[in-house]
Design a protein around this ligand. Structure first.
Ligand code: GDP
Length: 295
C-alpha cells in the first residue's frame, strides 16, 4: 500500500524544521512525487506537469512559519491549487425556469439512468420540485423499463412512448405533457452507446436543438480514467454541455479525471455519484475532490 501524497510530502520535508524558506533543492524531489501521484490518480501527464510547475513557483521562497511544518505548507499549496483548478467553489445548478429542462447525455453504462433517478429524487426531496423523468432511449426497451423502475422507487412519474422510435418527438411531447401536468423540472434521459458514435451524437444534438434545455449534463464514469477525458471532449464539441456528472466515485479511483476533464473542456463538474442507492447523489465540492486526490 502506498502512502498518500499528503503523507509523502510531509515526510519529504521532515528535515526542514522550524523557520526557513522552501528552497529549490527541497522542492525538486517533492515536485516529482506530486507529479507521480497526480498521474497515478489519472491526471493527464501534461496537466500534471503544468500544475506542478505552478505549485513549484508558488512554493519557492514561501516563508515557512513555525506553526506549520514545510510539509504541511506544501500540502496546503497543492490542495489550494487543485481546488482552484477544479473551479474553486461549487458550481451553480439553475433550476429556476418553469419548467427547467435538463438533458442527460453520456455513454451507455456511464450511469446516466441511475443518475437521472438520483437527480429526480434530489430535486424532489431536497428542493421541493415536481420533476418528470423522460425515457428517450429508443434503442433499448430495457432502458425504458429501468427508468420506470427507478421512477417508482423515487415516486417520480416517467414519460415514455414505447412504440415511438423518434427521440426528438418523444422529448417534445414530454415537454408538452410536463407543462400540462404542472411539472417544474423535466429530466430527459437519452440513449447511449458503448463508444462514441455519429448516429448517437447526432440524435442527442437533435434532441437538444428541439427542446432547448437549460442544463445539459454529461455523465461520465470516473473509473474510466483517461478515456473519460476523451469522451468528455467529444461530447462537449458536439453538445456544448453545461456541466459534468462524475459517477462511481464509490470505487477506488482517486478522482483525477475530475481535474483533467475540468482542465480540458473547461466546464464545471456539478454532481458526483457515489453508489447505486438513489439517495447518494451529491453536489461536487472542489475542495473535497482535492483532498481525495491528495489522499
Ligand atoms: P446508463 O447505461 O448510462 O444509463 O447506466 P446505468 O445507470 O444503467 O448504470 C450502469 C451500471 O452502473 C448499473 O449497474 C448501475 O447500477 C451502476 N452505477 C451507476 N451509478 C453508479 C455509482 O455511482 N456507483 C456504482 N458503484 N455503480 C453505479
Amino acid at each position: 500500500m502506498f502512502d498518500s501524497l499528503s503523507e509523502k510530502l510531509e515526510s519529504a520535508f521532515k528535515q526542514l524544521k522550524g523557520e526557513g524558506r522552501i528552497s529549490e533543492i527541497n522542492v525538486a524531489t517533492t515536485i516529482k512525487e506530486i507529479r507521480r501521484a497526480l498521474i497515478d490518480a489519472d491526471v493527464n501527464y501534461k496537466i500534471a506537469k503544468e500544475f506542478t510547475d505552478k505549485v513549484k513557483d508558488k512554493a519557492l521562497g514561501e516563508k515557512v512559519l513555525t506553526s506549520i511544518s514545510p510539509g504541511q505548507l506544501m500540502v496546503k499549496i497543492v490542495k489550494d491549487e487543485l481546488t482552484d483548478l477544479m473551479g474553486g467553489t461549487e458550481a451553480d445548478f439553475d433550476i429556476s425556469q418553469r419548467p427547467t429542462i435538463v438533458l442527460i447525455a453520456g455513454l451507455q453504462g456511464s450511469g446516466k439512468t441511475t443518475f437521472s433517478g438520483k437527480l429526480a429524487n434530489f430535486l424532489k426531496t431536497k428542493k421541493g420540485k415536481k420533476p418528470l423523468l423522460v425515457a428517450a432511449d429508443i434503442y433499448r426497451p430495457a432502458a425504458i423499463n429501468q427508468l420506470q423502475v427507478l421512477g417508482e422507487q423515487v415516486k417520480v412519474p416517467v414519460y415514455a412512448e414505447v412504440e415511438n422510435k423518434n427521440a426528438v418527438e418523444i422529448a417534445r411531447n414530454a415537454v408538452e405533457h410536463a407543462k400540462k401536468e404542472g411539472h417544474n423540472v423535466i429530466i430527459i434521459d437519452t440513449a447511449g452507446r458503448l463508444a462514441i458514435d455519429e448516429e448517437m451524437m447526432q440524435e442527442v444534438a437533435n434532441v437538444k436543438n428541439a427542446v432547448n434545455p437549460h442544463e445539459v449534463l454529461f455523465v461520465v464514469d470516473s473509473m474510466t480514467g483517461q478515456d473519460a477525458v476523451n469522451t468528455a471532449k467529444s461530447f462537449n464539441d458536439r453538445l456544448d454541455f453545461t456541466g459534468v456528472v462524475l459517477t462511481k466515485l464509490d470505487g477506488d479511483t482517486r478522482g483525477g479525471a475530475a481535474l483533467t476533464i475540468k482542465y480540458t473542456v473547461n466546464k464545471p463538474i456539478k454532481f458526483v455519484s457515489m453508489g447505486e442507492k438513489l439517495d447518494t447523489l451529491d453536489t461536487f465540492y472542489p475542495e473535497r475532490m482535492a483532498q481525495r486526490i491528495l489522499g
